[in-house]
Design a protein around this ligand. Structure first.
Ligand code: 89V
Length: 340
């Protein structure tokens, strides 16, 4: 099968890495790029040899022959571009978080379903090398039946320097990072039926919350998800590594700092390091995240070609979106939210 042709919508911080990820994964060629500020699209077009540049998305879709659209813009414009692609009967891949509200995310899915095109989500976190390895360790069953997990992504890293628009989000850490960590919670531990969340804002110059703690009930287990971007000082700050600890009835498994997976059973502790691949195009400060774009996009591409199911289809991701917004609901109400 020849390479699929796609258009990238957006030319911000994340677009450069996603385009590099497509090149690394192979099988798809970016033939056009749209950005509101044309000069930013032109600069990425030069870097990635993209033949056509537009500052009008409708014009791009009218003129170009495409197999799909990759939406890499800020969350507030996702719905507009997904609806536009659906109206043009084009499959669409959209960045996480899918939408600024559950209703908008549902509307995007409906539009794609009615147009008969898939909506897939570029939710990469669960594709991180050490997280896949931890999942394999859990599936191997050596720690027995998991009854509790802790998923931590707590960092003092100044995320606003590279992504200044994050300061303006009225809903910040739960949408930006919680979309990832709650997706990982589902991936590792299954679907929650109840949650309780508390949030805090530590920074003064931001609109949203930068600290969140969520307790999820999944059948037979409790999952605690802790997140912080408080830009404070931590002895072991390893942005953007996620630390995970899972207790089972026959042992425990841990994703520890520096990509160490430690599995402890009656026989003792078996430790091995599972670092992500290093790509020259990735920002070394984001290695484990940027490298996960490659297997994520390879999976989405295989789904578009009908070769395998997408792990992070729109339908699947809607369950994560529901957890994000139920967390806000819980934090605002000061009580647990039933998800059944
Ligand atoms: O991957 C992301 O969603 C990024 C960051 C790692 C900073 O949260 O926005």
């Amino acid at each position: 099968m020849s390479n699929l042709r796609f258009a990238a919508f957006g030319a911000g911080f994340w677009a450069r890495f996603q385009l590099a990820g497509w090149r690394e994964a192979g099988g798809a060629d970016c033939v056009a790029i749209y950005n509101r500020t044309r000069s930013k699209a032109e600069s990425l077009a030069r870097e990635f040899s993209i033949p056509a540049v537009y500052d009008n998305a409708e014009e791009l879709l009218d003129r170009e022959r495409l197999d799909f659209v990759d939406v890499i813009t800020d969350v507030d414009t996702h719905a507009r571009f997904v609806h536009l692609a659906a109206a043009h009967k084009l499959p669409v891949i959209c960045q996480k978080p899918l939408a600024p509200s559950l209703a908008e995310a549902e509307g995007m899915l409906r539009a794609c379903r009615e147009s008969g095109v898939p909506l897939l989500v570029n939710e990469n976190w669960r594709w991180q090398t050490p997280i896949r390895e931890l999942k394999r360790a859990l599936e191997a069953g050596v720690i027995g039946r998991p009854f509790r997990a802790r998923i931590d992504m707590i960092s003092g890293f100044p995320v606003f320097r590279n992504q200044p628009f994050l300061r303006e989000l009225k809903q910040f850490i739960l949408t930006d990072l919680g979309s990832h960590t709650l997706d990982v919670a589902r991936f590792l531990m299954g679907e929650p039926d109840r949650l309780y969340c508390q949030t805090h804002r530590v920074h003064s110059g931001i609109q949203g919350e930068d600290v969140a703690t969520i307790m999820l009930s999944v059948p037979g287990a409790t999952v605690l998800v802790e997140m912080a971007y408080a830009e404070n000082y931590l002895e072991r700050d390893r942005f953007p590594e996620t630390f995970i600890f899972v207790e089972g009835d026959r042992g425990s498994a841990e994703l520890a700092p520096d990509f160490w997976i430690r599995v402890t059973t009656r026989e003792g502790t078996h430790a091995r390091r599972c670092p992500p691949p290093r790509y020259p195009w990735a920002d070394p400060a984001y290695d484990v995240v940027h490298s996960s774009i490659v297997p994520c996009q390879a999976n989405l591409l295989a789904a578009l070609k009908g070769e395998q199911a997408a792990e992070t289809s729109g339908e699947d991701n809607l369950k994560t979106v529901r957890l994000v917004f139920s967390s806000y609901e819980s934090a605002a109400a000061g009580r647990a939210v039933d998800l059944r």
